[in-house]
Design a binder for this molecule. Sequence first.
Ligand SMILES: *Cc1c(COP(=O)(O)O)cnc(C)c1O
Length: 405
Amino acid sequence: MDHKVSYQRPNEQGYYGRFGGAFIPEMLHPNVKELQERYLDIMYDAAFQKEYTELLRDYVGRPTPLYFAKRLSAQYNTNIYLKREDLCHTGAHKVNNTVGQILLAQRLGKKRIIAETGAGQHGVATATVCALKGMECIVYMGEKDIERQAPNVARMKMLGATVIPATSGSKTLKDATNEAIRDWINNPTDTHYIIGSVVGPHPYPDMVARFQSIISEETRWQLKTKTGSELPDYVMACVGGGSNAAGAFYNFLDEPTVKIVAVEAGGMGIESGMSAATTRLGKPGILHGSKSLVMQTEDGQVVEPHSISAGLDYPGIGPLHAHLFDSGRGTFLHATDDEALEAAFQLAKLEGIIPALESSHALSALKQIQFKQNEVVVVCLSGRGDKDLATYMKAMGVHSNEVTG
Ligand SMILES: *Cc1c(COP(=O)(O)O)cnc(C)c1O
């Protein structure tokens, strides 16, 4: 038997250390059990792999470049490589997962896809692959988020999806998730639920991590070509639920010389009551069907998080990340709203790349680490900043007022 500890994979019950599992209503057991029993056989079937790989290449645009950011590197006196997930079709890493799950849904004989979305990025990535495969697509979205994220709602509709508002509770992501789960209970045989991050009941965290692991699979051979070694000194990524981070870390988790750095959203500051830094503020609890770290009140009510970036505005993290934190394998840092904005403007000016606000959190953490001149640092640039232009323009307005005033 192989007793080597692996950080990549959960056990049979879906546990990473003390986090994970499947905490679901009785009525969902058949759906989740079917997935648990079949996902690996389906994913590693030769025909599946062939179609998945072809779509990643011809539709998503993979491999994404690993770009040596020369001027950014000079700023930090080290060697910084950006993994360009911002160049994926639809503008972020999320499509790696939705392409995989739509192929899985087809092989499970499903006809109907449901998803939940907060900012709409996962909704767009899901609507995209449903159009690609001609499948019915229903996206649940909080009523408040529908108002705040009009461009993504328009995209989903243009792609043929039905967007259903969640009108209960705070009318945001957690209420949309409840609606999606209710839908799945009512449509157990013909519907697949595409979850957008490494969260949810087992096997979702493992399945999504495997679909996203293409990020670090490519990074290894790209680094080999560029630096002579497959292994960097650091891999850094932002964490909302944790899917781009899981993908960027995956093939380095069991390489002890590679330092793993996850960056959470500090919001207005850890102590401000307006934050999404789960490892700093959370306690063990159950959220969206698995045991993880969750931001909650003394009596276990989930706390509304805050981040300037909608993709990091989530009160938990996936169980893989809770375990990386718990075990000390990963270092967890945070960046505030203002620090993320500053990092976004820095990248734009130094490299001519406008990053997503989420990715800017990972970039912002560069200044928190003392790198050596010969070290190699990989930062996962999870998405592009087009969707965040309104926020960036507002920030520029403040800056120019300061100059003229
Ligand atoms: C959704 C999103 C994230 C956060 O989700 P993870 O599952 O933590 O990766 C990060 N970056 C971008 C660009 C996103 O769209």
